[in-house]
Design a protein around this ligand. Structure first.
Ligand code: G3I
Length: 327
């Protein structure tokens, strides 16, 4: 038994992890992610992003993304494809290209056509637009928003749905878990896309959370009620939701008490998904703390994942398994 098989047994669609294929492959990490009982879905951590797939205009590099696709096919895992339109990890030729509206729309179309077209049939889901919002719920300034306006969002979904009609199309963002102005704004994005008659089927709650007050964030993982209310703000509009990039960081060094608090935070997140019918799955943002993005970005924080640097499962693993089984 494992996280994925228990989710399936409860009527959910997946438990998964973000994957980077290392060179050479880390056999210990690979053995964990290979285990289908725990992981029935993978998200490419970086390999499908714009800078990885179209580093110069019209020049496509698919080696990394193909390797992810081949791995998932061999392992019979779903792929949560990530992502098509994002202001970050965007090559300078796009972000500083000073294109007019029509040209940037055609660049967006060509990118989606090439990338979503190549992986058509392999992507169970696509994060079509990633992180379009500021914390106060206004739109984030980006080359897409500044040039095209908010309609870059329905346009991206329209293109993706034409090119890969079978993938479930997601809007994906962080800090939606607190049920605040940003959560409201994500719900408005769902309504906006629908108002254009365009398909949107899910909202991804990244869930980069903390288990205690940290130097960079005062916001700890919300109570289960808040988490559920935030998810339901989307599901009332008929779309699915999922936790797409879950990790729960802490101030380092780690202690047993902090690990226990972290385990409870992970379990709360899982329980909120189990309690909301249209919450269809959960993906954690990596396997072992050895490679987590957290320490490089949040100085003094870490230990955010579910396996430690020595590939040993933490209390969070067992707490999540129990939370799924008991739901
Ligand atoms: O590939 C280059 C390598 O050639 C170079 O030598 C090295 C030196 O810095 O950088 C490598 O690129 C790094 C890349 O990951 C691949 O490892 C970038 O520096 C690094 O910034 C990049 O970080 C990624 C980050 O997105 C970028 O924003 C993280 O791995 C990835 O976990 C993270 O994931 C994002 C999601 O896509 C969206 N939501 C937030 C989440 C966390 O930031």
């Amino acid at each position: 038994t494992g996280l994925h098989t228990e989710m399936i047994a409860k009527g959910k669609n997946w438990f998964g992890a973000a994957l980077t294929i290392r060179n050479p492959v880390d056999a210990q990490e690979r053995a964990i992610v290979d285990n289908y009982a725990d992981f029935g879905s993978i998200t490419p951590e970086n390999a499908m992003k714009w800078e990885s797939t179209e580093p110069s205009r019209g020049v496509f590099t698919f080696d990394g993304a193909d390797a992810i696709r081949d791995y998932a096919a061999t392992q019979k895992k779903q792929i949560h494809c990530h992502n098509l339109v994002w202001h970050s990890q965007l090559p300078l030729w796009v972000s500083q290209g000073k294109f007019d509206n029509a040209t940037l729309i055609s660049i967006m179309y060509d990118h989606i056509k090439a990338v979503a077209g190549r992986y058509k049939g392999s992507c169970t889901r696509w994060d079509v637009v990633n992180e379009a919002l500021n914390e106060d719920g206004t739109y984030r300034s980006s080359v897409f928003y500044d040039t095209i306006g908010e309609s870059f969002i329905p346009l991206a979904f329209k293109f993706a749905s034409e090119i890969d009609p079978n993938a479930k199309l997601y809007y994906n963002d962080y800090n939606l878990e607190y049920n605040n102005a940003k959560t409201d704004a994500a719900a408005r994005i769902v309504a906006l896309v629908k108002s254009h008659g365009v398909k949107i089927q899910g909202v991804g709650f990244q869930a980069h959370l903390t288990s205690e007050s940290t130097p960079t964030s005062a916001a700890v993982t919300p109570d289960q009620g808040v988490l559920e209310a935030a998810l339901k703000k989307m599901t009332v509009q008929g779309v699915n939701v999922a936790y797409t990039e879950l990790d729960v960081r802490m101030n380092t060094p780690v202690t047993p008490a902090k690990q226990a608090a972290q385990a409870e935070a992970y379990a709360r997140v899982v329980r909120s998904c189990m309690a909301v019918e249209k919450c269809e799955g959960i993906t954690i943002w990596g396997i072992t703390d050895k490679y987590s993005w957290i320490p490089g970005v949040f100085i003094g924080e870490g230990s955010a994942l579910v396996w430690d640097e020595n590939y040993k499962p933490k209390p969070a693993y067992f707490a999540m398994l129990k939370a799924i089984q008991e739901s």
